[in-house]
Unconditional design. Structure first.
Length: 416
């Protein structure tokens, strides 16, 4: 099994005091959840797509362990995630991944105070693996179960990273979540008093308003499709990002204009851009020999940047750069326009595509000119992980928002 440890900030568990929670009485549970002096350690489980992850996070901000088992090698030959294969891999990996996360945190299962699990959105079969295991653990250990929206997890990944550097994003904020499955803009504000909530309102519970989303391909999906078209393998984002930086000023063989969308100005659309790349390649047969040579290299297992770069002509590198320019320009333009409309204090960017180097640089330069501070997770926390799920679960735990054994997967779960 390929266990890829994406993020691990170990802190001795003995630094945290752990209270004894009455396990069978909901009201005492809610009361203890409001105890500000108690350190709460939550085991997070993430299985929404093609990565099986588990992590332990203390008080919603201190990462004690984080383990991610990647399925990239399983899905690579198909050029994308195959849901049935993903579910099978989650079944195979979830027990050892959780065990490894606990070992890294120097804890036993009985030591955790709650189980946080991704309810959605995602692939229904993949989600069910994590939910079923999380429910089983919670029932067997008599611990609270907390359901988490995967998208809210990505938001908390930003706060996890900011906490490590002693920073705190100011609200209201504009949040761009951009990945292989999602490209969506939210306004993030602090919650007021929630009607019907029996416990006092706790800080850092957020409310969300969706401002825009992709109408077709997500940005990361467009990267994968263009990479496949050019014979550059899967996943496409990391390799295209590195190749785009290797152009050395070569002029682009084609210019892609601004992406136009009718109606909501904060909606995204990348399908047309992907199609424009396809038509350009079809109209220029000189690309064909090098595409075939790269595809042959991939079959031989030669998929590293250093191996593919010599097989890319300056024209191909310039095409990749022009494609990335168009994606980055659209993401940044719409996000900053939304930030200006809502008078945002901060810009938050998360999701797998948030690891893109050009996107980070462009956001920082453009946001600085507008007097905005921009926050990213580390590259390890940008992609799917369970630390972000445990962090999001903590604040819902404090608010007494628990799930029961009827919890089910919601592949289209909305954040707002």
């Amino acid at each position: 099994m390929d266990l890829s440890i994406r993020a691990c900030e170990k802190m001795p568990p003995t630094l945290y005091r752990r209270g004894e929670i009455p396990r069978l009485d909901l009201q005492p549970l809610e009361c203890v959840a409001q105890n500000e002096s108690m350190s709460v350690r939550i085991l997070g489980i993430e299985s929404s797509c093609d990565e099986t992850a588990a992590a332990v996070v203390a008080d919603g901000r201190e990462i004690l362990s984080s383990v991610v088992a990647s399925q990239i090698d399983v899905h690579r030959k198909y050029g994308g995630v195959v849901p049935e294969l993903a579910s099978r891999e989650h079944l195979r990996q979830i027990v050892p991944v959780v065990r490894e996360a606990l070992e890294q945190a120097k804890m036993r299962l009985a030591d955790v105070d709650a189980i946080g699990v991704t309810q959605g959105p995602g692939l229904v079969g993949a989600l069910l693996v994590g939910i079923t295991y999380g429910k089983t653990l919670a029932a067997a250990l008599q611990k609270p179960l907390v359901a988490v929206n995967h998208l809210e997890g990505h938001l908390h990944a930003v706060f996890l990273e900011a906490h490590k550097s002693g920073r705190e994003p100011k609200l209201p904020a504009i949040c761009l979540i951009v990945s292989g499955g999602h490209t969506v803009l939210y306004e993030v504000t602090e919650t007021g008093t929630q009607p019907g909530l029996a416990v006092p309102q706790v800080p850092e519970m957020f409310q969300y308003r969706k401002l825009g989303q992709t109408r077709d391909d997500a940005a990361g999906e467009a990267y994968d499709k263009v990479a496949k078209l050019l014979g550059l393998g899967y996943p496409g984002g990391p390799i295209l990002d590195r190749l785009a930086a290797a152009t050395n000023g070569v002029p682009a063989p084609v210019k892609f204009g601004s992406i136009k969308t009718r109606g909501n100005p904060y909606d995204f659309s990348f399908s047309g851009l992907k199609t424009a790349v396809l038509y350009h390649v079809r109209e220029h047969p000189e690309y064909t020999p090098e595409i075939r040579s790269r595809e042959e290299a991939l079959v031989r297992g030669e998929r590293k940047y250093e191996q593919l770069l010599p097989l890319c002509s300056p024209q191909t590198l310039a095409l990749v750069r022009e494609f990335q320019n168009a994606v980055v320009r659209d993401l940044v333009d719409r996000t900053l326009a939304a930030a200006e409309e809502i008078s945002a204090e901060s810009v938050l960017v998360s999701g797998g595509v948030a690891a893109n180097s050009q996107l980070r640089t462009t956001f920082e330069e453009r946001a600085k000119g507008k007097g905005l501070e921009v926050f990213f997770p580390s590259r390890a926390l940008s992609t799917d992980n369970a630390a972000m799920i445990a962090a999001a679960a903590y604040f819902r735990f404090r608010a007494g928002q628990f799930a029961d054994t009827s919890l089910n997967a919601d592949p289209s779960l909305k954040l707002a």
